[in-house]
Design a protein around this ligand. Structure first.
Ligand SMILES: NC(=O)c1ccc[n+]([C@@H]2O[C@H](COP(=O)([O-])OP(=O)(O)OC[C@H]3O[C@@H](n4cnc5c(N)ncnc54)[C@H](O)[C@@H]3O)[C@@H](O)[C@H]2O)c1
Length: 329
């Protein structure tokens, strides 16, 4: 029996950064759009306390690896306790061996921001200098790092529903990126109106939007990240209808892209608009942005091939550098 390499959270933190993850997300999105990855939609078992047991399987054929992210999306009580646990078992497609088990929490944060970086690099105007972040939690902070990795950003406007959270996130980001100006905003509108790139990273669990299309300036690029189900949104219908829409995976957005689906369901936009996978922009099949005043939107719902690609990158690095623990399962 082969031994399985177990890589825990602290070891993942040693290995994975947003910057390192970006090329792997690029590969994953292209593989998906070229049928070199097999992905199933996320399935979830809901529980009465709000905890959701999620299963997200994918195969990355080019890496000869298959697996699944198995994770609890915490309900309110569990979130307060700080519990957020998940694993990614990785199997060799050829031999069927369980080669690794990788902690999933850090991967979820980092691969999401890295995927937004890939979309932004493909779609945002090259001279973008300002970013707005709505929602200053884990994703909001990781998205600052992600945007700085792909554009020469000079100023970041930050806003959260809770002003203490905005303040502490701004202070943390200032320490981490001293050459960038961080502006603490009192309203979402104040954050968005001057921004070239907007990242929405709020919980996105309700139908009340946090980003209105009337605030967007011509040429803006939006990464819509927080709303990952048909029941919640962050963008209003105007923001959607003004934008050319790009996705991580069209099939997932057609089921879980609340920003779009809610506007269609309430009749404010007539039908699900045309949408294009970022992978098709990366491989040159779709031109992406075609004018500097076009508004582009990346609707991110988060897909399992991103998790498997990030887990495989961590596994390869850990194996090569003697990190982790081998166990016979
Ligand atoms: N698209 C993807 O691939 C993907 C992946 C992971 C997480 N997510 C989603 O991203 C969202 C944020 O995740 P996180 O881990 O950063 O959560 P988090 O709890 O760390 O941060 C959320 C932040 O939003 C703030 N907030 C709460 N309600 C708000 C409101 N109405 N308006 C503005 N801010 C508000 C909170 O104060 C908090 O700072 C979640 O909805 C999560 O499901 C998406």
């Amino acid at each position: 029996m082969n031994k399985t390499l177990i890589i825990n959270r602290a070891q993942c933190e040693e290995i994975l950064t947003v910057e390192k993850c970006i090329p792997y997300m690029k590969t994953a999105l292209v593989a998906l759009s070229e049928n070199q990855a097999k992905v199933l939609q996320r399935t979830m078992i809901p529980h009465s306390n709000g905890n959701m047991m999620a299963n997200m399987p994918a195969s990355l054929v080019s890496e000869n690896v298959t697996g699944s992210k198995v994770i609890i999306f915490p309900g309110p009580e569990t979130a307060r306790m700080g519990t957020n646990q998940g694993i990614i078992p990785l199997f060799d497609i050829t031999t069927g061996e369980l080669i690794g088990i990788v902690d999933a929490e850090l991967i979820t944060v980092v691969r999401t921001a890295a995927t937004s970086a890939v979309a932004t690099d493909a779609l945002a105007n090259k001279d973008s200098r300002t970013v707005a972040v709505l929602g200053c939690g884990k994703q909001g902070k990781a998205h600052v790092q992600a945007m700085l990795a792909v554009r020469n950003i000079e100023k970041v406007y930050m806003w959260d529903l809770y002003s203490d959270t905005t303040k502490s996130a701004c202070e943390l980001m200032k320490k981490q990126f001293p050459s960038v100006e961080f502006v603490r905003c009192e309203t979402a509108e104040a954050a968005v109106k001057e921004a070239d790139i907007i990242c929405t990273t709020t919980p996105g669990k309700t139908t009340t939007p946090v980003l209105l299309g009337s605030w967007l300036k011509p040429g803006a690029h939006v990464n819509a990240v927080g709303a990952c189900s048909a029941r919640g949104r962050e963008l209003d219908a105007e923001a959607v209808s003004k934008s050319t829409i790009f996705t991580d995976w069209n099939e997932a957005v057609q089921r879980d892209g609340g920003d779009i689906l809610i506007a269609v369901a309430d009749g404010t936009i007539p039908a699900v608009p045309a949408m294009y996978e970022v992978g098709t922009v990366l491989n040159g099949t779709h031109p992406g942005r075609t004018a500097s005043d076009e508004i582009t939107m990346f609707e991110s719902v988060g897909i399992s091939v991103e998790d498997i690609a990030a887990a495989k990158m961590i596994y390869d690095y850990a194996k090569e550098n003697g990190i982790g623990t081998y166990l016979e399962i």
